[in-house]
Structure formats: C-alpha cells, structure tokens
Design a protein around this ligand. Structure first.
Ligand SMILES: [Zn+2]
Length: 301
C-alpha cells in the first residue's frame, strides 16, 4: 500500500488501515511525516522506511551497558504488571504473544498457560523458542484463548490487518489485549514532536483510543475495556526524556563523563519527580500516555 502511495503528491496519502485518502499532515520531521486519517481516526507514518531493521538497535530487547541491572529489574516489573492484566481476563489456556522479543513476558504467566511467542523474521532474537515469522503470512492450526500485542501494534503499518488476523486465530470468546502508546493522550499533545513515545520511524501506527476502538469494531471485535495504565517503572522516565527534549537539555548519556553530561544528569534527577507527579495526574484523568485495550471475539457479533 505504501509503495503505491509513494507516487502520489506529498499531501495526499492513503491511510494503511482504511486505504482512505487523507491530507491532514500533522507533523513533518523532514524525512518522515505523520498523518491523521479522518476515517479511522488514527495517525500513521508516511513514507514507511524502506529498510526498517536499519532503525532498530542491534539488541533491541536486552539491556547492555551501565545500570543494566536497574533497567532489567524495571523491565521485569513491567512483565509482572502485564501478567496481571492478562490474568484478569484469561485464567488459563493458549496465549499468542505477537512481537514477543525474547519471550520474557510469556514466562511470567505460569503453568496454566501455553505461550507461543512470535517475532518478526528480521528481529535479532537469541531465544530459539521464538517463532520468527511475518504474522500476517503466518500459517498455524492453533487457536488461542488470548492474543497479546504488548508495545508491538504501533510497530506495524496496518494494525487493522493485524487485528483481523488475530481474530481469525482466536477461540470463541477469546481476547485480544493491546498495550500501546496513546497518540491522543495529554502527554502526546503536550510534547508534540518531542514526545518520546512517537519513536519515529520505528512507530508506524499512532493509535488513538477512538481509532483503535474503530479498528476493533470493523473486525467484529467487542470493545471490553480501554483505559490508561499507570506504569511507574517506565512512564515517568519517558515524561522526563520528553521534557528534556522540550527544554532543549542535552540527552543524558550514561557512557559519557563530562560537565555537560553532569548537567543533564542533575536536570534528569530534578525532573524525574515531576514526571511521577505528572503521570499520577494523567492517570487520575484517564489520560495516561500508555493505553490498555481489551477486545473480545464475541459470539453475539
Ligand atoms: Zn484510516
């Protein structure tokens, strides 16, 4: 789809979800632009980078370098949080993790679950148990009780196609859980192009609450819940980095030992508590930068 739209005039591009023409350019980064589709109400990146793997660090899921222990601890806390989300809806059964990385999340679910981990064919994962396949082309006889997209749906060009495929792999009354940045959140509106969660050009889909609900409904999925999630081990950090970008403070580099880096570190330590307060306020107003959406393959539909 993106290939065809490359030949069109710059301001008239097709939404990868709806194949619907849109001209609302909301952000121009020079190389990649953000557009908003007025049909499905989601943002999307255009053009899509030709060689996406080029934009991923060598080891995307691991935490080498200084403070790696702290970072891996925070990452593990996040996995426990995710486990609790899933167990609220699904007590046992088969789970598919799309965009599983090294399959860390699946291990937290325990013996009542059989987890299939799927990752892009281009991903540099070491875990041999992770199936490396293009989800949209992946053929399997398995059916799942739950399919999770944990910070992965924003990395694909057309979430609508992914939800359609996911629904086809669900058992009756099975669930789809999507955790992703919320493009229409207050934090996104506050920081605009400085928002860390934009993560251009790795994030191709910029999903809104309404937009993701529309994509689910189009795929005959019942919207069970959409609400912001307060992730203390993660969100205040993202707020602080975004704020430092906005204030034009040099990004913190843990490997560098210089006066300017010391200034950045001091500023980060001063701003981090502000991040904690801001995230708490966002959560009180259900405006968290990260959203959890739960959809169900309902027999009624
Ligand atoms: Zn659209």
């Amino acid at each position: 789809m993106a290939k065809n739209s490359r030949n069109l005039p710059k301001k008239q591009v097709f939404c990868p979800n709806c194949k619907h023409k849109t001209d609302i350019e909301i952000l121009d980064t020079g190389q990649f632009n953000l557009y908003l589709c007025n049909s499905c109400k989601n943002g999307f990146l255009y053009p899509i980078p030709k060689n996406l793997s080029k934009y991923y660090p060598k080891i995307y899921w691991q935490y080498p370098g200084q403070l790696s222990y702290i970072r891996s601890t925070l990452h593990n806390l996040l996995q426990i949080r995710r486990k609790n989300w899933v167990k609220k809806y699904i007590k046992s059964g088969k789970i598919l993790d799309v965009g599983a990385g090294e399959g860390v999340f699946g291990k937290t679910l325990g013996p009542n679950f059989a987890v299939t981990n799927l990752e892009s064919p281009f991903a540099k994962v070491a875990n041999k148990n992770v199936v490396k396949a293009d989800f949209l082309k992946w053929k399997t006889d398995k059916k799942f009780d739950g399919i999770v997209f944990l910070e992965s749906l924003e990395h694909v060009p057309s979430p609508q196609d992914y939800l359609k495929k996911a629904r086809s792999l669900l058992n009756k009354n099975g669930y789809i859980l999507v955790e992703c940045p919320r493009f229409d959140s207050w934090e996104s509106k506050l920081f605009k192009d400085k928002w860390l969660h934009l993560d251009i050009p790795r994030h191709l889909a910029h999903l809104t609450r309404e937009g993701l609900g529309i994509l689910a409904s189009r795929n005959n999925l019942k919207v069970i819940n959409q609400s912001g999630v307060l992730i203390y081990e993660f969100s205040p950090y993202c707020f602080t980095v975004s704020l430092m970008r906005l204030l034009k403070i040099k990004p913190l580099n843990l490997k560098e030992r210089s006066i300017s880096n010391l200034t950045s570190m001091t500023m980060a330590l001063i701003l981090l508590p502000l991040g904690v307060v801001a995230e708490t306020i966002f959560h009180l107003f259900d405006q968290d930068p990260v959203e959890l959406s739960v959809f169900q393959k309902s027999i009624v539909l």
